[in-house]
Write a protein that binds this ligand. Structure first.
Ligand SMILES: Cc1ncc(COP(=O)(O)O)c(C=O)c1O
Length: 444
């Protein structure tokens, strides 16, 4: 029996195992009992600004009343139904709403229940697309620093690092390439050519590699790589799980590109951060490759909670809010505030002194990925702590930065030495300013 005299944090320590947490050194988890707008409140009543949208999922603020109302209404109508041979209005309406805003070549929606599963589905679709057409294509092309999730397939197509090391021998073969720049593009293309006939698909995070260290690269170079892969009949799988739904300043990263993918993966902001849901969309050409008399041509994939009605309804409500003028204006406002902050820290003379903290401005257009220290793509702002500018999750000597900001009531959980902001769109200018001021204070 639990002891009522203990705090939620203490009770948690006795029973829970938290994700991405080194259990030997981890302290007690902060117990959050309530959320409202951009704020989270812990069990002692302390308020935190959620500056990373709770692992990049929240778009409109916590406990949003409109999303809550819609989910409640759905809950009283239909909470769940099997999605094989059955459907429901919220899934149909959500697919229609998504296809209306995705690149026009996307024509079918396959539901799952989180980002990693959306990636698994895309990988299976790509590999089976080749299988169904009698082609022997079993390799995947991906970025060396990419991240696509923690299930086995998603892990395999992510970069190799300490995260994947214990499973290294079990991960299937992936052809990894560096992020494209004006300098290495031709070299990457030549390398792809050597393996092209074995490659089923190219999976990539467009414009920003999130968990790999918020690495930002040029749309123009990605377009060139996409064009090249298409010319070699390699399917393009665009993982917009992080960058979708306004993070880059536009609805999708696809809106910055001229080339169109064959498949897209969405999750995180899909439901406004309210409920788990994953989506893999594809073109009609991909879909038709599964329309066959041979039963083995079927995509035998599904999860118990595929297209859960509550999650679909939350996503519909979130889409409505996202398309509103108010949210679109907020996204533009956050982009402008970040730009002003970049200009401000560029002229900040006292940083980079005693503690070896380097903050330099880096305009995305000029950035050489590895040396870029402060960078921005839309509402995403990131900076490397430490001297040489290389991003690494395993440089966790910056735990004190996280703790100092938490003390100040700001939730900014760095990725190793990469400090970043991915705020919910409802965040106020005052809160953004207080985050910027606190970052500078803590680093000084
Ligand atoms: C680009 C990208 N793809 C896939 C995933 C995996 O999503 P999930 O954590 O919902 O499994 C993430 C999660 O951070 C991500 O950033």
């Amino acid at each position: 029996m639990h002891n009522q005299n203990l705090t939620w944090g203490q009770r948690d320590s006795a029973v829970n195992w938290h994700p991405f947490t080194a259990i030997k050194t981890a302290g007690e988890a902060v117990a959050i009992v309530r959320g409202e707008g951009a704020y989270l409140y812990d069990e002692n009543g302390k308020r935190y600004i959620d500056a990373i949208s709770s692992w990049w999922v929240n778009l409109h603020g916590h406990a949003h009343p409109y999303i809550a109302e819609q989910v409640y209404e759905q809950l009283r109508t239909l909470e769940h139904v099997i999605f094989a041979g059955f459907t429901h209005p919220s899934a149909v309406s959500l697919s229609e709403a998504l296809l209306a805003v995705l690149p026009e070549n996307q024509s079918r929606v396959f539901y799952s229940d989180n980002g990693s599963t959306a990636v698994e589905v895309a990988l299976k679709m790509s590999l089976q697309y080749a299988y169904n057409r009698g082609e022997k294509k079993t390799k995947v092309l991906a970025f060396r620093q990419g991240y696509h999730g923690d299930t086995f397939g998603a892990m395999a197509v992510s970069g190799r690092s300490g995260w994947t090391e214990p499973f290294a021998e079990l991960l299937f073969d992936v052809i990894h390439v560096d992020l494209p720049t004006a300098v290495n593009l031709a070299e990457i293309q030549a390398f792809i050519d050597q393996h092209a006939d074995q490659i089923a698909c190219f999976i990539y995070e467009p414009l920003v590699l999130g968990a790999g260290g918020m690495l930002i690269y040029e749309a123009e170079h990605l377009d060139a790589l996409m064009r090249h892969c298409r010319s070699k009949h390699i399917l393009l799988v665009q993982d917009e799980i992080f960058v979708g739904f306004g993070r880059t300043g536009r609805m999708f990263a696809a809106d910055h590109l001229t080339e169109k993918p064959d498949m897209m993966c969405l999750s995180k902001g899909l439901t406004g951060g309210t409920m788990p849901l994953g989506v893999t969309t594809c073109t009609d050409a991909v879909y038709q490759a599964f329309s066959t008399d041979n039963v083995y041509g079927t995509l035998f994939h599904g999860h118990s909670f595929t297209a859960n009605p509550l999650a679909c309804r939350a996503a519909l409500a979130s889409m409505e809010l996202l398309k509103s003028e108010e949210t679109q204006a907020s996204i533009a406002r956050i982009c402008r505030q970040h730009e002003a902050f970049r200009a401000r820290i560029a002229t900040h003379a006292t940083i980079n002194t005693d503690r070896q903290c380097v903050i330099r401005q880096c305009v995305v257009r000029q950035c050489v990925v590895r040396q870029c220290v402060v960078r921005q793509c839309g509402t995403i702002l990131a900076m490397n702590l430490g001297g040489d500018g290389e991003s690494s999750y395993f440089r966790n000597q910056y735990q004190h930065v996280f703790e100092a900001l938490l003390q100040k009531g700001i939730l900014l959980r760095p990725l190793g030495n990469v400090l970043y902001l991915v705020p919910p769109y409802c965040i106020s200018n005052e809160d953004l300013e207080s985050i910027y001021d606190s970052i500078i204070e803590v680093l000084e």
